[in-house]
Design a binder for this molecule. Structure first.
Ligand SMILES: N[C@@H](CCC(=O)N[C@@H](CS)C(=O)NCC(=O)O)C(=O)O
Length: 314
């Protein structure tokens, strides 16, 4: 039974970068499977049961979707060094979860929208990529006049957020929480980092105090990735059994264990839900199992926050 960590990701994916930083902070060795940034993803979707977004962490025949669920699992398996080095790790975890809602939703949306309008001619924005993202977000592809206005609008939203980050760092601290890097650094870093990746150059709007902190964070690296093909990863799933599932504590209105369900992001990517049999659910997390010829039986894990679960009529 393989317990190797297999990360399915791609280079300029900011959510993948969040997880890569966690792997670096913990000094882990992992297998790296490069997935396409646009649909179709024929070697990835058989693992996730339909979910298209990046990244996912595969361990044998268990697949963890969404950075929140992936990072929870990494902290559980590899608690040392911790992602929550403060005096009260339980409270710190909750505060960072709140912080992450800001950076994953608003900050990421503003940095990506700003850069894709301001640097619309960057190599990264191929027609294929833009069409895929317009469909993913359910929006039309913007014309040139609209782009200029949207860049200005997003920059106006971005500036106050950059000030918040500069203010956190104004006393010369090394990391967001002081002397030790924590998950707070990873969750603020990735939406800023992605601007340079998409523009293909160093973005000028990031102030020096933030740039210097970003360099300290990046210096922790990504751990030790060893590449793996998508085909090898599918074979790992097919030759492993899923781990025993977590005990359940369903809420009123939840589907029953054993029912066929769909698990769908509540924000974007709703056209690509995961389908399977509900095997575990509690207030924070849920999991379904599916099987196909490529993977055999696989358990796919999601956080409860940001995903809805519904019974499907067969
Ligand atoms: N809440 C998710 C968001 C994941 C996400 O949106 N990832 C982006 C890449 S950075 C994505 O999947 N974009 C569409 C795609 O790659 O197919 C998480 O934390 O993992």
């Amino acid at each position: 039974m393989s317990s190797e960590l297999i990360l399915h990701h791609y280079d300029f994916s900011n959510y993948s970068e969040k997880v890569r930083l966690v792997l670096g902070l913990k000094g882990l060795t992992w297998r790296s499977v490069e997935i396409p940034p646009t649909l179709p993803k024929p070697d990835y979707i058989p693992l996730t049961g339909g979910y298209r977004r990046a990244p996912a962490l595969q361990i044998g025949a268990d697949v963890f979707c969404d950075t929140a669920r992936i990072i929870e699992e990494l902290e559980r398996r590899f608690p040392d060094p911790t992602l929550y080095p403060g005096p009260d790790p339980v409270a710190q975890r909750a505060f960072i979860a709140g912080l992450e809602r800001w950076t994953d939703a608003t900050l990421t949306r503003n940095t990506i929208n700003y850069i894709s309008c301001e640097h619309a001619d960057a190599d990264r924005f191929t027609p294929e990529f833009l069409t895929d993202r317009a469909a993913l977000l359910g929006k039309p592809e913007p014309g040139l006049a609209h782009r200029k206005a949207a860049a200005a609008k997003n920059l106006a939203q971005l500036r106050p957020q950059l000030h918040w980050i500069s203010d956190i760092l104004h006393d010369g601290r090394t990391y967001i929480y002081g002397e030790s890097m924590s998950l707070a650094d990873c969750v603020i870093y990735h939406p800023l980092w992605v601007m340079d990746q998409l523009a293909g150059e160093r973005t000028t709007i990031i102030p020096d105090v933030i740039r210097e902190w970003m360099e300290r964070v990046a210096a922790h690296g990504h751990g030790s990735p060893i590449s793996m093909t998508a085909h090898e990863a599918l074979n790992v799933a097919a030759s492993s059994d899923p781990l025993p599932v977590l005990p359940s504590q369903a809420l009123a209105g939840d589907p029953a264990l054993g029912e066929t369900v769909s698990i769908t992001p509540t924000d974007y990517g709703r056209a690509n839900p995961s389908l399977g049999t509900l095997v575990s659910i509690d207030v924070q997390r849920m999991a379904l199992q599916h099987r196909n010829a490529l993977t055999k039986r696989v358990t796919v894990h999601f956080p409860r926050f940001g995903y809805s679960v519904r019974k499907r009529e067969e």
